[in-house]
Design a protein around this ligand. Structure first.
Ligand code: AKG
Length: 283
């Protein structure tokens, strides 16, 4: 459970760090499942419906960049997503009726792990209100060198930053962000640390320039009355894994925003990494 101070911090700053959220055995179980799922996949031959490989490696390289939807496909992760300790925290933020939304595991293999540029998660999936939280769990000890998360505090109550140019979604903040001017905060933590952040909190992480891996599990939950605004194939994709995890489904949508930018894709729907990469190339 959160302390009142932690809840105040989340509401005021747009995020809160919860050290040691996952303990020894549970962490080992989640780590072992990643090894099991990744085993046997290479850049040239892998299950592209379940994972994305690091692009900068030889065809027989086995470095995985992202595992899709672990809480749908793999039991230890599914159990974790429904664990009482986790849902109690989310309930403290949004009340008793809760939807699990989506999950992913982002790896940043040593010396190669990809950059993640500044973005706000809600830019990818507009909802009728902002009661949506992204929870990032460090599965390894994580600091600046191996690409810890950084956030811009106190931006979660402001309007969404621009993520589009020429009318098309770029998957990242398209206005200039100076980390110092924005008071960006680096969030380092040991394996098992959880970071709860509003889906409106801008966040990013650098490449992994160390010789240590950096694996993170990311889960998203929302209030049951935060309904998706349908804006094409991507809405269906993101919504496909949502499920009620506590309380009841809502029979009324709650609207707290009068307008919200719609992410329009230029051609096909692409992952965060691809969108951001294309945007860098065209710049
Ligand atoms: O892996 C990270 O450091 C952050 C990833 C992220 O923000 C995302 O996948 O939306």
């Amino acid at each position: 459970m959160f302390t009142p101070e932690q809840i105040d911090h989340y509401n005021r700053e747009g995020y809160v760090v919860y050290p040691d959220f996952i303990s020894g055995d549970d962490l080992s179980r989640l780590q072992a499942e990643i090894d099991r799922v990744s085993k046997g996949n290479t850049k040239a031959s892998h299950d592209a419906s379940r994972m994305e490989m690091e692009p900068n490696q030889s065809p027989d390289g086995s470095l995985v960049r992202r595992i899709y939807e672990p809480c749908t496909f793999y039991q230890p992760y599914r159990d974790f997503s429904e664990s009482t300790a986790l849902l109690d925290c989310v309930e403290q933020l949004f009340g008793p009726n809760l939807l699990f939304h989506y999950s992913k595991i982002n790896m940043k293999p040593q010396n190669i792990g990809s950059v993640v540029e500044w973005h706000q998660d809600l830019s990818y999936y507009p909802l009728t209100n902002r009661d949506s939280v992204s929870i990032l769990f460090y599965l390894d000890d994580t600091n600046e060198e191996n690409g810890c998360l950084k956030v811009i505090p106190r931006r979660h109550t402001a309007p969404l930053m621009s993520h589009s140019t020429e009318g098309f979604f770029r998957g990242k903040v398209t206005e200039e962000v100076d980390d110092a001017d924005a008071d960006a905060v680096l969030l380092e933590g040991s394996g098992g640390t959880a970071i709860f952040m509003s889906a409106m909190t801008p966040h990013a992480s650098a490449i992994n320039s160390s010789d240590r891996p950096r694996k993170t599990l990311i889960l998203s939950y929302r209030a049951a009355d935060a309904f998706p605004i349908h804006c094409g194939v991507m809405s269906d994709k993101v919504e496909a894994h949502s499920r009620l995890v506590r309380g009841e489904r809502a029979s009324q949508a709650r609207f707290t925003m009068t307008d919200f930018p719609i992410p329009r894709y230029e051609d096909e729907v692409a992952s965060l990494y691809d969108l951001q990469e294309r945007s860098r190339k065209s710049a």
